[in-house]
Design a protein around this ligand. Structure first.
Ligand code: UD1
Length: 461
């Protein structure tokens, strides 16, 4: 197997010999992807939080995971050296690097937050099961592979464990452009001669389907119009990257994206937008722990609805020259929250709201409209003394004065982070097991919370 030359190591990648706290990220020269995963799946990682300290100070917001992964995939569209700045040091970026490397692409971390991606004239257009299984977002190589090479073989995705996550809209959109699909042995095989621009009406504003159709359509012949497109800031970032490469994309960030196909794209340098989910997580941390923080580089315009909702709960949040300033002076008030596609409240914020409501005054109802079964972490919060009842897509959260620290388990990235957030306001010690989930999406999460005065340690056994 090819050896990835991405040089990074996350805080959870410390030695196992002795139980010790994991601090800064170490850089390594090379690693073998297979070996690397083995280490991670074997690892026992825990985040230990001792609650009760208010937060104060300033921390930088990392580049957006959900943008970086798509930009890395879309580099496949042009031969040559692409440079991505502000790429977060997280496990999912490693997995995407490994995927590109397995196709014959050279990926190097040329600076702490910079990736250089050298795409050759030809690649192996395949996403193997070992990698797709690790990260569902691997499916986003489908569009660029079809757009440039007319062929893609993608293992059917697994990913986070919260209900079925089909790819029918991706397939339908790409079929409309002229691709044909067949499924065998757990793989989707896609082929096309020349993609032809057309109107693609998405049944739902799926982020992944919008991205795959967009990345394929930049190389189609003629005009493609995506209607009911997802409007997430990460899609606007992807379109900005594609336009810099020579693409002609108009309207990304709105429900209608118009793409004029071009014959060739060129490699470019691009800076990843800041991560709004990390920003939301740190805002929730202040809401639970109280205090006052500045989130450097955060983009308030990507967080409108969230800021409004947290304001309704009693937080004070305002844009400042560094990014975003936030304070939670007193106990928050309960509100109702429903997740919706952007600009609505993101489904990724939902566990954070459940954590916030657990200690707010009053009763709040949280409704999940995007993914079924994303309430598994609720049982963990209940173990911490939260009063939450779930029924179908709803959670009814009755705020209690204080949670009490307990051993809990992180079921996925965001829920894991939310359990840490809950622990910040709990009495005593909360130990969050399976912390490797959190490392998939957060750069130096423990370090950032510590910088804000929290008592958080990341243990590796
Ligand atoms: C992306 C984000 C994820 C976020 C989600 C919604 C990445 C890597 N992940 O995921 O963090 O929670 O957007 O904001 O960017 N669906 C179908 N058929 C399809 C595609 C989607 O039924 O072909 C359904 C999904 O099962 C889900 C809903 O549509 O219920 C939304 O999915 P989608 O917007 O595609 O999310 P992802 O791109 O997977």
């Amino acid at each position: 197997m090819a050896v990835a030359r991405v040089a990074l190591e996350h805080e959870h990648r410390a030695r196992r010999e002795d139980r010790r706290e994991v601090g800064a990220v170490e850089r390594v020269a090379t690693f073998d992807p297979g070996h690397w995963y083995e280490e991670h799946t074997d690892d026992v990682e825990r985040i230990v939080v001792r609650g009760g300290r208010p937060l104060s100070g300033a921390v930088p917001i990392a580049g957006a995971k959900n943008s970086a992964l798509k930009l890395m995939a879309s580099a496949l569209l042009a031969e040559g050296d692409h440079v991505l700045e502000n790429v977060p040091r997280i496990v999912d970026v490693e997995i995407m690097s490994d995927l590109l490397v397995s196709m014959g692409v050279d990926v190097r971390r040329t600076d702490e937050h910079e990736l250089t991606i050298r795409v050759p004239a030809d690649v192996q257009p395949e996403a193997p099961y070992e990698l797709v299984e690790r990260m569902r977002a691997s499916i986003v190589v489908l569009g660029p592979l079809l757009g440039r090479f007319g062929e893609a073989h993608i293992a059917l995705p697994g990913g986070d464990d919260f209900g079925p996550r089909p790819i029918d809209m991706h397939v339908r959109g790409l079929e409309a452009l002229g691709a044909s699909f067949e499924t065998s042995h757990g793989y989707v095989h896609a082929r096309c001669d020349q993609l032809l621009g057309t109107r693609v009406l998405l049944e739902f504003p799926s982020v992944g389907a919008t991205e795959n159709v967009l990345m394929a359509a930049v190389r189609a012949k003629g005009t493609t119009v995506i209607e009911n497109a997802a409007r997430e800031p990460e899609i606007a970032d992807l379109a900005a990257f594609l336009n810099r490469m020579g693409g002609q994309v108009v309207g990304a960030g709105s429900s209608t994206i118009v793409i004029e196909g071009v014959d060739e794209l060129v490699p470019v340098r691009h800076r990843v937008i800041p991560d709004r989910v990390e920003t939301a997580t740190l805002l929730a941390a202040v809401g639970v722990a109280k205090g006052e923080v500045t989130l450097e580089g955060a983009r308030p315009e990507h967080l409108d609805m969230l800021v409004q909702k947290l304001g309704d709960m009693g937080m004070r949040i305002s844009p400042c020259s560094e990014g975003l300033w936030a304070a939670a002076p007193t106990r928050l008030r309960a509100v109702d929250v429903a997740t919706l596609p952007y600009p609505g409240i993101a489904t990724d914020y939902k566990p954070l709201f459940v954590a916030l409501l657990s200690v707010a005054e009053g009763v709040g109802i949280v409704t999940e409209n995007l993914f079924a079964g994303r309430f598994r972490y609720v049982d963990e919060l209940v173990r911490m003394g939260a009063d939450v009842r779930t029924e179908g897509h709803h959670a009814v959260v009755r705020g209690v004065e204080r949670l009490s620290g307990a051993p809990v388990r992180a079921p996925d990235i965001r829920a894991g982070a939310a359990l840490v957030v809950a622990g910040l306001g709990a009495e005593g010690e909360t130990v969050v097991a399976d912390a490797h989930h959190v490392a998939r999406g957060y750069e130096d999460f423990g370090g950032k919370l510590r910088a804000l005065g929290a008592d958080v340690e990341w243990w590796h056994e």
